[in-house]
Design a binder for this molecule. Sequence first.
Ligand SMILES: Nc1nc2c(ncn2[C@@H]2O[C@H](COP(=O)(O)OP(=O)(O)OP(=O)(O)O)[C@@H](O)[C@H]2O)c(=O)[nH]1
Ligand SMILES: [Mg+2]
Length: 410
Amino acid sequence: MDPAITIETLKKDLAEMKAAFEKKTFEAVSAEVQQQSNLLNNITLEIAITGRSGVGKSSFVNALRGMEDYAEGAAKTGVTETTMVPQEYSHPTFPKVKFWDLPGFGKDNFSAEEYLEEVNFSKYDFFIIIASGRFTEDDTNLALEIQKNKKKFYYVRSKVDVDIDNDRKSKGIKEGDSDRKMQSEKETLDTVRTDSYDNLKALGVSSPRVFLISRWDLSKYDFPLLQETIEKEQDELKRDVLIMCLPIFTKDSIKKKKAAMESLIWKNAMVSCTVGLIPVPFLSFGCDIAIVVSTMRDICKVFGLDENSLNILANRVEKDVEELKSVIEHTPSTGKITAEFVMDILKRSAMWGAITAVEMVLGFIPLLGSLYGGGSSFATTFYLLNNFLEKAVKDAEKVLAKAAEPKRHK
Ligand SMILES: Nc1nc2c(ncn2[C@@H]2O[C@H](COP(=O)(O)OP(=O)(O)OP(=O)(O)O)[C@@H](O)[C@H]2O)c(=O)[nH]1
Ligand SMILES: [Mg+2]
């Protein structure tokens, strides 16, 4: 693996760690790091999707998981037979992240309080309340009850693609007339937005927030804003998990993922050096290669470079998965990221200069140096993972660009 990262970047990456050590004792940082290092496998995120019957709850769950409604294991849609049992659906690559398809409410004479009790509300991190037309008193009562229980909720207005299509047709705008179509779309979105605000205000909500979405394309309308809003309102660890697991629609989401991973990397590098100090053959330092391997695999998953995520993306943008894979230059498939792969990089000399530099930078945490064999175990792991991250980011940007290219007509 050739160096992809500069010393300046490495120094910047060490800043957060430096700040942590300045604020807290070594023991306190170590304890936190132990807890946070395996973030993606330790922290659960339970997301409740609720709303009246037929508003598109199950469809939204499928869209979040990047699944067709007819795929095996997808939430059943279009059927009105709902039971009072919440259905659990795991994120396709991060199983600790769960989407809960809650039963439709408002038809069984359940009060909001009874409904929430029935669906075991306390386990969810936040709620998404969907309406496909006007919001009703049922929706606002539910929101009020959620708020009473000190949980967050987000109003989502689904099926805006239907509104856009209906308006276009009623104005007599042809499918191919792209200028007028765009103008009409903007007008429809403005109208739906204003209507939803007014509608919720009339129901007594003082400053409503509503996010407009279509299950058919989460990169459009307000889904990216919804994602960003939810992220901002989570505590630090859940926010990082959310950032890591949500789909990439823009370069900005890649940037956010990178920052979250940088924070994870110094923690994982520390743990890798403390767990057992397993000596690496031929080298003068020890580290836990299994942790390095699993962090590299997580990096691939976070940036959508693993087989599963690439297939989901290919499906979403209706492209051949091989076409997307063809632009990946630096990151091996997750199956090839093994202990041998890591050892192989370690044995090559290209990076030793950089590692010496990291060791020098580490002078600011003398204790670290004395604990970890002069700092070289940490420096090596830290360098290796950040270099890998840099490369994954480059590949993720290329995949994003490729996915956005217009489809080739055969
Ligand atoms: N055009 C369009 N159709 C949607 C959208 N979301 C859902 N639908 C359709 O609306 C119908 C109902 O969707 P479901 O996801 O089954 O609704 P639900 O809220 O789970 O319904 P219940 O489980 O019965 O409460 C299905 O035919 C979906 O295909 C959307 O964003 N756009
Ligand atoms: Mg359903």
